[in-house]
Design a protein around this ligand. Sequence first.
Ligand code: ADP
Ligand code: MG
Length: 579
Amino acid sequence: MGASNGKPPEGFHALAQKILHYSTSVVSRIDFLREITRMLLEFSECDAVELRVKKENECFRCEAMSPLELPPAVEISRRTFRDKNAWLASSHEWTCFEKICRAVAERRYTTPTPFFTRHGSFRTGDMEHAMPRLAALGLAGAKDSFRPGGDYRSLTVIPLTAGKETIGVLALKSKAVNRFDENETAAYENLAQTVGLALASQLAQVTLHERVKELTCLYSLAQLTERPHVTLEEIFQGIVELLPPAWQYPEITAARIILDGSTYSTPDFQKAVHVQSSDIVVDGVRRGAIEVMYGEERIELDEGPFLKEERSLIDTLARQITLLIQRRQADEDRAHLQEQLRHADRLATIGQLAAGVAHELNEPLASILGFAQLTEKCPDLPDQAARDIRRIVTTALHAREIVKKLMLFARQTPPRTMPVNLNEIVADALGLLESRCIENDIAVMQHLSRNLPEITADPSQLHQVLINLVVNAIQAMPDGGTLTIRTQAKRDWVVLAVQDTGVGMTQDVLRQLFIPFFTTKDIHEGTGLGLPVVHGIVTSHGGKIHIESAPGEGARFEIRFPVIDRLQDKDHHADHLVI
Ligand code: ADP
Ligand code: MG
């Protein structure tokens, strides 16, 4: 036998223990492979040690060469392997070395086949001389070099197993001839069992660790969202901070969430070398993304340098964010609806009250007006009395106007509906108010849609709506400005927008707009009934009002009426029932 360096069995024991011990530490798969390969090279004192290990559809190839200056190189190939042992090949061409590895992994030969031990390991002390016989076994072809796998003469290839499965091979290479004897090969075969076990347990360890990180992250997220009075912004910032510890290299990991144009990020999100991201999609619309990035190069894994566990975690988090947004939206909608109901309730009560009062006042007012007008006609009235009576008449007329508006607001006058083109109403109303606009130095812009569908409505009530909105706009621009009126068809709605460049409104005013008698104007200028009337008319037409305004920024009133009218539908139903 050749020059064995005759390691004592204690040496093998100590190494086995060291490897097992190391497998319980949490490091990445790659660092683990590197370290094991390094240990084996150091211990065996040969020229190179190579480990080929598979994990599902990946093959890790780690080779350490003497003298070891840099960490051993690791290569990962990932593909769907055509046959069971295809992972052992680093390309589609099988080299002689790889054919040997494959024969070992498959336990194709055992003693008495030359070169193979009874455990299926391969061993030769002189590759060069072995070539013809390897060719006879189909393990070397004409194209293969004398020293496959590098400039080595001695080669030992041992299977690595976990349970019954072969998970890899261990190759010891030496430039010396007859480097390993039978005993030493047997000792390495023993050691290989430990290496196989360590690899399997380390994999389980890493998987478990990833799972624990994932659960910790999700648990912290749950805690975060359950905190009382926490805002969505605080939650997003919290999530971003939970991310780095859940990724493989926390020290170079930064994270951010971009959502509806806002960004939440860890302080160090700058130069990203690798990014893993997941879209945040709410109700089919992409609203943003959650991103994790590495600031430095890291070795390729499942998805770039990221693990598939990390992919699943980032996707889960994106889905959680979607759920959070949806839940918040539902809460807000509910609150908004409640507020609307309260508002409608209040308006209805006030409306009933107003209608009653208006009714009661109508009679006496008619008498006052009638008698005043009669008295006015008396001949020989003293001047003073004539002037006073004129005042009574004007005031009574004003009062009657208010009563009329009150009744309109309370919807005492039922709408008389017919097909109406909103553009015509706009033209009518503007015709009436044109001179007031010119007087007040207001430019009028009209953008009227040419093919506006007709709506079913009461034209005189729509007229009221326009007059009220335009008068308000004029009053809001005492120093002139621009009044823009726009009509537009939007799906099943016809939209009317009245916009001014006037004084605008505070939130406080906006909140009270539809409350009868709410006005910020002088007693002669406003009654505070304009918008409540608008509101009454619009809702009785099945429409909606939307207002945008801020102090100093003008106001925009958008009103939409349904094209398919509900009033008409109701009538149809009534007819149908009568028949
Ligand atoms: P009135 O015009 O009689 O005051 P309204 O119900 O029409 O009553 O309007 C209520 C209040 O809403 C107004 O007093 C005013 O403060 C505010 N407002 C309405 N329209 C506008 C507008 N275009 N720009 C600014 N403020 C407005
Ligand atoms: Mg008004």
